[in-house]
Design a protein around this ligand. Structure first.
Ligand code: FPP
Length: 280
């Protein structure tokens, strides 16, 4: 027994360094998981869809689907951190989601509070920086306080950038950016001729971050639903039929492999590497 353990330990120490990122995956994932580091997306955005159907399929209330969705999210954040994704943006609550029943909105808001209370220590320890994309002022007071505290606590962290789209709408984000530029022009701080893509980008919630490389939507729906219209202009899209609570590391890895196999041309004709930083 002892000899077996010792030989395993020595074997581990003597093993040569892998040329590829080797990913620790859940037991449900296939065994040979490796992706060349230069094919990893810098920015992944996820529309976590299908919580309601997941719950309905089980005869449970929709809120149970959202609770299960938080469990799935926890592991996808860990995986993003483990695998060296720079930015992960998740669609947690859209400006349109207020139209859901009072019970469902209240369940989602409750989950949000629970999430920050239970996860913030681990996220901070892992140097994750939390940024909220959306109208924070439009959130109920308790949620507003919780997200502001999380942003403040993690603002100097240099690890994974975790963008949580909350009370977010893509068109509203663009309107907000246009207004900010108009205010600068009005104040004499900006010439209208100086307005270009970089100037507008600087007014987005995601200012300074790379564009989305890979957008994943679960549950088989094939639309963007007002999510990051500017940032996804050249994103590769992966639509997975899995309902969000069932989306695990194996599904994530499959999406990353799909991304790695794509040839990105950014409107040009020459194939470019998946993560090249030149947007033509
Ligand atoms: C879409 O599924 C999902 C949402 C509107 C909410 C997503 C939220 C979470 C996963 C948890 C909350 C997040 C945090 C950060 C605590 P749906 O309800 O539209 O599913 P359906 O299309 O099957 O009805």
């Amino acid at each position: 027994m002892f000899a077996e353990k010792l030989s395993k330990l020595l074997g581990g120490m003597l093993r040569p360094k892998p040329r590829y990122i080797t990913m620790a995956v859940s037991p449900s994932a296939e065994p040979a998981q490796a992706l060349p580091p230069d094919t990893m997306p810098r920015h992944v955005a996820i529309i976590m869809d299908g919580n309601g159907r997941w719950a309905t399929n089980r005869g449970l209330p929709r809120s149970a689907g959202h609770a299960a969705g938080v469990e799935a999210l926890r592991d996808i954040i860990r995986a993003s951190d483990d695998w060296g994704v720079q930015c992960l943006t998740i669609y947690a609550f859209s400006t349109e989601n207020w139209a859901r029943s009072k019970e469902e909105v209240s369940a989602l808001m409750g989950l949000l509070l629970k999430y920050f209370a239970s996860e913030i220590d681990e996220l901070d320890e892992k140097h994750v920086r939390i940024l909220i994309l959306g109208d924070v002022d439009g959130l109920p007071e308790a949620q507003r306080d919780a997200v502001c505290r999380a942003m403040e606590r993690t603002k100097d962290n240099t690890g994974l950038k975790l963008n949580i789209a909350l009370n977010y709408g893509g068109r509203a984000e663009l309107v907000r950016a246009a207004k900010a530029l108009a205010d600068q022009v009005k104040a004499g701080e900006l010439e209208p001729e100086a307005i270009d893509a970089a100037a507008l980008e600087a007014q987005l919630y995601t200012a300074g971050q790379p564009d989305v490389d890979l957008l994943i939507r679960t549950s088989g729906e094939l639309r963007l639903s007002n999510f990051l219209p500017w940032q996804t202009a050249y994103a590769e899209m992966v639509f997975d039929r899995t309902l969000w609570p069932d989306f695990d590391r194996a599904c994530y890895l499959k999406a990353l492999r799909e991304y790695a196999s794509r040839s990105r041309r950014f409107g040009g004709v020459e194939p470019k590497k998946a993560t090249e930083d030149e947007h033509g």
